[in-house]
Design a protein around this ligand. Structure first.
Ligand code: FES
Ligand SMILES: [Fe+2]
Length: 424
């Protein structure tokens, strides 16, 4: 893909680095992060420059761009991008900032660019779907339109999922490809379509959102409906026996699924992290539904074979999480907005041939994770309000919070790496 002009961020200024140094000095191994990481705008800026922009982020699915000129907008690290399919079939991520005087080019969440053009609402500079400037009204002689293409983020599509990165030197995707090959491909994401999207605004720092996602210690008290259906909310022998039975059912159905763990600190240097974990549903439950029954036609390799009583968590980088059942998948995107404001978007995917109202009902499909997400919003905002206290002292992680702990350690390692002259 031709990159007209990619984006990179400057190093953080000295004041932000001083704030980071002092926050890192307060960290205690095995404990939650100190308050400043959730409350200090300087550290939010460092997060964006040194962590979020270094990684790949899933922004949507190719079915959201069926034809040339189709687009949707997505936010990343406080920036807006237009994801658009070009005349050549390529998906691009155009920075949503006009090259004239910087107006936001496109305010629509999704749509179709008439004649494949984006016209700036301010002075009508006009760009094509590859981001090239086609026309600048009343320009002086000698004006070179080719010098003003829209900036772009790099794009990679894997199993139909669209990833973008703002990194100057993007992380490799070998772990992502391996994790997807052995855990995502069976779910048939390439042939999926979006059935529903919902965005949740959360008054909390983005790391509280991700740390919450990474642990199920809270599931028992916070998510009664989820816990009734997923053994992941339980611990110990009960869960292991259920997982073993699920794996036996997979073998009997001929579904080849494997867990992978290239996440957090296990990723090789220079590679984006990815993992996948299988987990059993409670006996008699086959999908994330109200009645435990199927919600939509089976997808991918499950077609014609049946449900296996399991589901998968698949994670990529710091903000892209997927929850896959045999009949639907959720893309769960964390979108940092400011130090105390985060959005997360849920995108529900079903088989591309499934008909809304006939093969699936949107309300039924979205019920469990909408409920779970509203509960999460409440507990995450409650967490932020407590963490805001100057008397907050980070407590120890519980063994059930192992992934949240590892996520925090992974993040801190990157923060140490942001310090000048640090050998890490
Ligand atoms: S700011 Fe876009 S045309 Fe002037
Ligand atoms: Fe939760």
């Amino acid at each position: 893909m031709q990159i007209a002009q990619t984006i990179h961020f400057p190093a953080p200024p000295a004041r932000q680095l001083a704030t980071l140094r002092s926050a890192l000095a307060q960290c205690r191994p095995g404990h939650a992060l100190p308050r400043a990481f959730y409350t200090d705008p300087d550290l939010f800026a460092v997060d964006m420059h040194h962590f979020v922009t270094a990684h790949w982020h899933c922004v949507g699915h190719t079915s959201m761009l069926p034809a040339a000129g189709d687009f949707f907008t997505a936010e990343l690290a406080g920036e807006s991008f237009i994801l658009v399919r070009g005349e050549d079939g390529q998906v691009r991520a155009l920075l949503n900032v006009c090259r004239h005087r910087g107006a936001r080019l496109c305010d629509q969440a999704q749509g179709h660019a008439a004649q494949g053009r984006f016209v700036c609402p301010y002075h009508a500079w006009t760009y094509d779907s590859a981001g090239l400037l086609q026309a600048a009204r009343l320009s002086e002689p000698g004006f070179r339109a080719e010098d003003f293409p829209l900036k772009q983020a790099r794009v990679h599509v894997e199993e139909g999922m669209i990833f973008i990165t703002l990194a100057r030197e993007p992380l490799g995707l070998a772990h992502v490809q391996e994790a997807f090959a052995v855990s995502a491909r069976v779910y048939g994401w390439r042939d999926a379509k979006v059935a529903a999207r919902k965005t949740y605004q959360i008054q909390a720092n983005w790391k509280l959102v991700e740390e919450n996602y990474q642990e199920c210690y809270h599931c028992g008290p916070a998510h009664q409906e989820y816990s009734k259906r997923h053994t992941y909310a339980r611990s110990g022998a009960q869960r292991e026996a259920a997982d073993a039975a699920m794996r036996a059912r997979d073998d009997a159905l001929g579904i080849g699924l494997r867990d992978t763990d290239f996440y957090f600190r296990k990723a090789q240097a220079g590679q984006e992290s990815a993992d996948s974990i299988r987990s059993a549903l409670v006996d008699g439950v086959v999908s994330g539904s109200r009645d435990g029954q199927g919600l939509a036609p089976l997808m991918g390799d499950f077609k014609g074979r049946g449900y296996d009583g399991g589901f998968s968590f698949i994670d990529v980088g710091p903000t892209s999480n997927f929850v896959a059942y045999p009949d639907h998948t959720l893309l769960y995107r964390t979108i940092p907005q400011s130090v105390d404001r985060t959005a997360f978007e849920l995108i529900w995917l079903v088989d591309g041939a499934a008909r809304e109202g006939v093969d699936y009902q949107v309300d039924a499909l979205t019920w469990l994770w909408d409920q779970t997400s509203q509960e999460d919003r409440h507990i995450i905002e409650t967490n932020q309000r407590g963490v805001n206290s100057v008397f907050f002292e980070p407590g120890p992680y519980n063994p059930m919070e192992i992934y949240a702990r590892q996520y925090g350690e992974w993040y801190l390692e990157a923060m140490h790496g942001a310090l000048p002259n640090n050998p890490l």
